[in-house]
Design a protein. Structure first.
Length: 416
């Protein structure tokens, strides 16, 4: 047991609320937590930490001290202590013992047992990884770099909440961030402040939404614009207008795959000819847990999974660099579950991205204008070089970076 976890338990026993909150955050940072959940249940209050995308139960404390814990966190994040009927959002800044500055995004939610609190931890001092360090490789990295080199157009990143879209955008912008270009971002909220970028936060309650922010950005003489999310026709129309007038535009959108993003935008009411004229590339991504290098162990696949993997690899584009010996050997790995001091017996440590990058080419443009089906567009994209999420995950699993169980938890198998 770590010293900070012991200190957290001691603070609970002593009823020392400031120490309890401080040690909760300290221990969360120590074990690389992204979100702290403090949840009042019927007879207890539990703390769960999201580590590498999975919630872990840490400690419990008695319900009678929960109102004091909530008040302490509300004071830290400038929220109303006496408002317990409405959800509230706030921010707090903490500095760790090592001198690292952390941002806490605090959200409260009324429940029948008291207020639930979620705190998202963001390390303001962390460096943005380069694209290859995120997990981009092979054709996916080549296509994204080509799209970044274009003078104008739209690059969209898609995936569920918490799949690393913002980090991919920041990494792309960092690559383009030079004194010769003016980069503007419209975000909700500004997650990491980067030198050289002009970052602005939207406030929808006073009419400052993404579409309004994007229009304002166009009057700020930008070369590159990043808008946090495309949610409606108005925002996508302004993004297209910006791309057509010579700007490079980045944004995120919520869909399941690169091809489904085209359908989503067309369904918003965007004409196909405008879509094909402006989109440079669509990046679909997911995060999978990395296997602990110290305790991972070889796995024997069952026949169904083995056949599924063979089908996916058979459709891999010939240009995609892959270790042929590993592909032939079909050796995959999984967590051992043994007592390991590196991963605390979890079997995983850290996360890595799997990516599906679909560059726009003339064959795809013709298919979109002809109103082809998603399946036809997907087949054409893969024949012209796109690597699917499933294939990207399998390549990483062959390298021993992750397990097939993790890959198929986030990527749909190609059963065609």
């Amino acid at each position: 047991m770590s010293n900070k976890l012991q200190s957290l338990q001691d603070a609970i026993v002593a009823g020392n609320i400031p120490q309890l909150v401080m040690m909760c955050v300290s221990h969360a940072i120590e074990i690389r937590t992204s979100d702290i959940h403090i949840e009042p249940l019927k007879n207890t209050v539990q703390m769960r930490f999201r580590v590498d995308g999975v919630l872990r139960r840490i400690v419990e404390y008695p319900p009678n001290i929960h109102p004091a814990v909530v008040s302490r966190i509300k004071i830290m994040s400038n929220l109303k202590i006496d408002e317990q009927r409405l959800p509230q959002d706030g921010r707090a800044q903490v500095t760790t013992e090592e001198g690292r500055e952390m941002d806490l995004r605090v959200s409260t939610l009324p429940t029948p047992n008291g207020e639930k609190i979620v705190m998202r931890i963001q390390d303001k001092s962390r460096e943005i990884p380069k694209l290859d360090a995120l997990g981009l490789q092979g054709n996916a990295l080549k296509y994204l770099n080509k799209a970044l080199d274009l003078p104008n157009g739209i690059i969209l990143v898609t995936g569920p909440t918490g799949s690393g879209k913002t980090t991919t955008l920041y990494s792309s912008l960092t690559k383009l961030n030079t004194p010769e270009v003016n980069i503007l971002t419209i975000e909700d909220p500004v997650e990491i402040q980067l030198d050289g970028l002009n970052q602005s936060q939207v406030h929808p309650d006073i009419g400052y939404n993404f579409a309004f922010g994007l229009r304002t950005a166009l009057r700020q003489d930008p070369d590159i614009i990043m808008v946090g999310e495309i949610r409606d026709l108005e925002t996508v129309n302004v993004a297209i207008e910006a791309a057509l007038t010579g700007h490079l535009v980045f944004s995120t959108i919520h869909t399941n795959s690169a091809v489904e993003t085209l359908t989503r935008i067309l369904n918003m009411g965007v004409p196909a000819f405008l879509l094909t004229a402006t989109i440079n590339a669509i990046v679909a991504q997911r995060l999978v847990r990395r296997l602990c290098e110290k305790c991972r162990q070889p796995l024997q696949l069952d026949s169904v999974t083995l056949e599924r993997v063979k089908i996916a690899l058979s459709k891999l584009h010939p240009d995609e660099p892959i270790d042929q010996a590993k592909a032939a050997g079909m050796q995959f790995y999984g967590p051992s579950g043994a007592a390991c001091e590196v991963c605390n017996g979890v079997g995983y440590f850290g996360r890595v991205g799997i990516y599906e990058v679909m560059p726009m080419n003339n064959e795809l443009r013709q298919m979109i204008v002809k109103n082809a089906t998603n399946l036809e567009i997907s087949d054409t994209a893969m024949k012209t070089g796109m690597v699917s999420l499933e294939q990207s995950g399998i390549i990483k699993a062959l390298d021993g970076q992750t397990s097939l169980e993790e890959v198929y938890a986030v990527a749909r198998p190609d059963l065609s």
